[in-house]
Design a protein around this ligand. Structure first.
Ligand SMILES: C[S@@+](CC[C@H](N)C(=O)[O-])C[C@H]1O[C@@H](n2cnc3c(N)ncnc32)[C@H](O)[C@@H]1O
Length: 276
């Protein structure tokens, strides 16, 4: 199922990593903690805008409006949740295993006048503290790679989704077996960021065993990964805010520039629904 790497994510440890990484919420990322999305080589929009674009692509697939409740699994500092609430009118509940992120997201939502429309709480996706059938849609942007068992998370998501409700997520995955020369760079990244990678063929069976009906799998690597790492490494190289964030989090060995050439490291957009 998951790749052969030795990392086994522990939610408390992941939470502590993000407590230290709160400085990542910078002008460069616009508050989003995920990749950007660029359709074309000559599309010059900066990372913050391209990251919002990925959120919007995913949000459109949720097909929600002001009558709906959305769960954001692994909400970061709340930028995607606030954007979804503003764009669709839906009520959004975000969860994170980082208490620092929950506090920051709550403060940012208050400052933006969105307190009644978004809420954030500390919770582990492996065991969601919500009633069965309590959400119309679930979004998970670049979070399930931090979780000990994707299938268990999918089961929990299925349980809290109403029948007919949709799940849209992005995940990092191993597009092809990692070349021997890239193995140590990849392993270091997985270790520093407490991640595992699934393989493309894992997703449909995992969703199906969890009781979800698969609807779409899109390899978005070309539109997202390389450009994001290029922009991040530039900011880091310039001694910008991202450099400080990584150094403060004691993951200073991580080099976004090293990852630019790891073609096997991919990003996938996945959609599914709970059968009626
Ligand atoms: C890369 S960040 C993405 C944040 C946000 N989705 C965004 O795009 O801005 C990963 C997020 O997943 C959360 N996370 C990781 N493991 C989790 C778990 N077991 N339960 C809930 N959240 C988790 C982290 O706390 C963090 O907020």
């Amino acid at each position: 199922m998951s790749s052969a790497h030795t990392v086994f994510p522990v939610p408390e440890e992941v939470g502590r990593l993000y407590d230290r990484l709160t400085a990542l919420d910078t002008a460069q990322t616009g508050g989003s903690l995920h990749l950007g999305y660029w359709e074309a080589e000559d599309d010059g929009v900066p990372l913050a805008e391209a990251a919002d674009r990925l959120t919007d692509m995913m949000t459109d697939r949720l097909r929600v409006d002001g009558s709906h409740r959305v769960l954001d699994v692994g909400c970061g500092v709340g930028q995607p949740a606030m954007r979804i609430a503003r764009r669709t009118g839906a009520h959004v509940t975000g969860i994170s295993v980082s208490r620092g992120q929950v506090a920051r997201a709550t403060a940012l939502a208050g400052a933006a006048g969105l307190s009644g429309r978004v809420e954030f709480r500390y919770a582990d996706a492996m065991q969601l503290p919500f009633e069965d059938n309590s959400f119309d849609a679930v979004i998970a942007i670049e979070s399930v790679f931090h979780m000990p068992d994707r299938e268990q998370v999918f089961r929990e998501i299925r349980r809290v989704l109403r029948p007919g409700g949709r799940l849209v997520l992005t995940d990092f995955f191993e597009r092809a077996p990692i070349a021997a020369g890239m193995r140590s760079v990849m392993d270091r990244c997985l270790r520093d960021f407490i991640m595992t990678l699934a393989r493309p063929e894992d997703y449909v069976p995992m969703l199906s065993r969890a009781g979800l009906r698969f609807t779409e799998l899109l390899d978005i690597t070309e539109q997202s990964v390389r450009r994001t790492f290029e922009q991040m490494s530039k900011a880091r190289g310039d001694g910008g805010e991202l450099r400080t964030a990584f150094d403060e989090a004691a993951v200073e060995k991580f080099g976004p520039a090293d990852m630019v050439d790891v073609d096997e490291f991919g990003s996938v957009l996945l959609s599914a629904e709970k059968p009626l």
